[in-house]
Design a protein around this ligand. Structure first.
Ligand SMILES: Nc1ncnc2c1ncn2[C@@H]1O[C@H](COP(=O)(O)OP(=O)(O)OP(=O)(O)O)[C@@H](O)[C@H]1O
Ligand SMILES: [Mg+2]
Length: 304
């Protein structure tokens, strides 16, 4: 089994609207897979189908390498948090979790306490009614509910949406702990690309219902260049000066000289150029972000 979760030309049509069109995505075990796309791109539509909450118009998906009826049995190994978690507002986190455990026939001693620890809800929070929770606490409780039954895959639709920076960090830590310590595979959608890029191991870009691109972090790094940009008053002399300190990977481009080796040695580069009496106009580090890449693929505007 190459992929723990895979879709095959998964399509959902609402009326005339192709909300998801021939989506074939591939998620490896133990990965955090980020599904990215703007509002209305089709993220929730795809996640609802994979979670068994809505039927595909066409196409299929497989879980743990199984399809059809065999696959449907595996849905119990999938934990889902899509849109807002259904919480009982008057009940505490403990009681909310306990009720779902009972509903699923899970009653080992200490199970709920373990869950509360995992989602970082402290003793005082545990007694508070869920209706009085902050959004961040509600999301964490939602993740806790999705974890009941020890799923091997978690599907989380925009779990960091609307959270403050602290809340985002907390959810990020919980998710990386679930991956690293429990080996849980996580599919997460978000349009906060900067945050997602600190967490995900692979990505799928969804745009107008179509999966435009799919890549691992390693592939992203290979595809996106990083360089130091140097603009001077005499590029030929600057190249000579840089060669003098052993820097050879210099690519003259329309915007200046692009250096692609020893990129952490910008002070030495500046010193060599200025030391050779060459006027230095600019020396800047360029790293290519997930956001830049995303905008490039979806045809959005670059801001740099
Ligand atoms: N039940 C429905 N009936 C009709 N159209 C729908 C339905 N659900 C979704 N759509 C349409 O399908 C498209 C994809 O919607 P979807 O909710 O999957 O996008 P999304 O990527 O999750 O967006 P967001 O970031 O806003 O959550 C949208 O154009 C939406 O209006
Ligand atoms: Mg959505």
């Amino acid at each position: 089994m190459d992929y723990i979760l895979e879709t095959h030309e998964l399509t959902k049509i609402y009326g005339q609207k192709e909300a998801a069109k021939d989506v074939s995505l591939h998620i490896r075990e133990g990965q955090i897979y980020g599904l990215i796309g703007r509002n209305g791109a089709g993220k929730t539509t795809i996640m609802r189908m994979i979670s068994g909450l809505s039927a595909p118009t066409r196409g299929s998906y497989s879980l743990f390498g199984k399809t059809g009826a065999e696959m449907r049995k595996e849905l119990r190994n999938v934990g889902v948090l899509i849109e807002h978690p259904g919480l009982y507002p008057r009940l505490s986190a403990y009681e909310n979790l306990k009720i779902k455990c009972l509903g699923m026939g899970i009653k080992p001693e200490g199970y709920v306490d373990e869950l509360l620890k995992l989602i970082g809800l402290e003793a005082t929070d545990r007694k508070k009614p869920a209706g009085a929770y902050s959004l961040g606490m509600r999301q964490r409780l939602g993740i806790g509910l999705a974890l009941i039954g020890d799923p091997r895959i978690l599907i989380l639709d925009e779990p960091i949406n609307g959270l403050d920076p602290q809340g985002i960090v907390e959810v990020r830590e919980i998710l990386s702990r679930l991956r690293d310590e429990k080996g849980i595979t996580i599919m997460i959608s978000s349009h906060i690309l900067d945050e997602l890029s600190k967490l995900a191991d692979a990505y799928g870009i969804i745009h107008e219902g179509t999966l435009l691109d799919e890549f691992s972090v390693e592939e992203l790094h290979k595809r996106t260049e990083q360089y130091v940009l140097i603009r001077t008053e005499d590029d030929a002399a600057a190249v000579k000066a840089l060669n003098g300190i052993g820097i050879k990977a210099i690519d003259p481009q329309h915007d200046g000289l692009r250096i692609t080796e020893r990129m952490d040695e910008t002070p030495a580069m500046a010193k060599a150029i200025v030391g050779a009496g060459v006027g230095l106009r600019e020396l800047s580090e360029h790293t290519f972000s997930l956001e830049d890449y995303y905008l490039g693929v979806t045809g959005g505007k670059h801001n740099g």
